[in-house]
Design a protein around this ligand. Structure first.
Ligand SMILES: [Zn+2]
Length: 92
C-alpha cells in the first residue's frame, strides 16, 4: 500500500512537513487541496506513530477511501487522468 509507505516515511522523519502524494493519486490535487495537511492532522489526532502503524492500516485505508477516492487517477487511452482536475499523467 503506497499511502502507508508515504506515511511511514513521514513519521520516520522528524523534519518532514508533508506527506508525499500516494502513487495512483493526483499530485496536483494532493498539493493544492490540502489533502496532505488534513491527513497529517488526522494522523496526529489518531495518535498514529511508527509503533502502531501496522495496527492502524484499516483506519488508514478507510480514511483514504473516504477522502482520496475523488483524486484517484484513472486510465484513459494511454494516460492516467484525474477525475477532479482533468490533468493527465504519463503511465510510468
Ligand atoms: Zn487532480
Amino acid at each position: 500500500m503506497k499511502l502507508l509507505d508515504a506515511i511511514k516515511k513521514f513519521l520516520g522523519n522528524k523534519d518532514a512537513t508533508k506527506i508525499e502524494a500516494p502513487e495512483g493519486h493526483c499530485p496536483n490535487c494532493w498539493g493544492r487541496q490540502e489533502y496532505n495537511g488534513q491527513l497529517m492532522d488526522a494522523i496526529v489526532q489518531e495518535n498514529i506513530d511508527l509503533n502502531n502503524l501496522n495496527e492502524k492500516v484499516g483506519w488508514i485505508q478507510a480514511y483514504a477511501t473516504q477522502h482520496f477516492e475523488g483524486i484517484k487517477l484513472k486510465p484513459k487511452d494511454d494516460v492516467l487522468e484525474c477525475a477532479a482536475c482533468k490533468l493527465t499523467y504519463e503511465v510510468v
